[in-house]
Design a protein around this ligand. Sequence first.
Ligand code: TA6
Length: 273
Amino acid sequence: MYLHGATVARWTPSGCDQVLWVSSASRFTPDAAIRGGVPICFPWFGAQVGHPESPSHGFARLSPWSLVAAEDDGQDVTVSLRLTDEDATGASAWPHRFEAVYTVVVGSRLSLALQVTNLSDETVSFEEALHTYFDVRDIRAAEVSGLEGTAFYDRLSGPGPVPGEPDPVRFGSETDRIYLGTRASTMVRDADAGRCVAISKDGSDATVVWNPWVDKAKAMDDFGDDEWKRMVCVEVGNIREATIHLAPGGSHTMMTTFEVSPTTGLEPGRTTL
Ligand code: TA6
């Protein structure tokens, strides 16, 4: 885990392979987000509306967080990090007094909780997401379930929401979707690796699913050309209609938990390229 962006980069439950993916081309510099693990998107998702010059996905993943607590209870290790408007890099783009506390519980499960408190004397609005990169053996044999029937914004095809689909999400091309109004748990089923990662959440009304596929992977200089095969992003968040509005003194917490289990022989069809 890095103080830079409070980015959890690796988590390997005992007896399991690595669950989180990090690009071999990722930069580890103060001016760049880590390409992989769990970058924190806050206080906006994607481009900041009306501010094209602002960093994509906000400043939290580019900022130095402070360690405020660490505890090992023999079972789990709990680490808490903090970011305020005073420490945040480029916070002028969002001129509000705030405190964000990120609590990470590492054990046989990984739990992440982002609590944001409005320290200003006016109501503030923000978007957020835990932009998790999961490691998969081959994206063409993987699927994401739990979003069946849920409408989504397809960021590749245009503005309006698209009706939900009956089946789990499978991957045969670039996929970039924001699922709306969903508090559902999801599951990454990685057939080739014989494992599932269950993703439960709380305080989140949106879920994003992303794989850049071939061309977008090539277009990113901190992402290996062939690495699109080995990752999928499933991101719990509050985005667009789920934007959070916090009154002065108010707090909001979004949390997610990951748990690994073996697949039970449900082999989805492999997507051919
Ligand atoms: O979460 C999906 C997404 O918003 C995609 O549109 C893609 O741009 C990805 O995030 C990565 O964004 P980044 O700013 O990290 O390059």
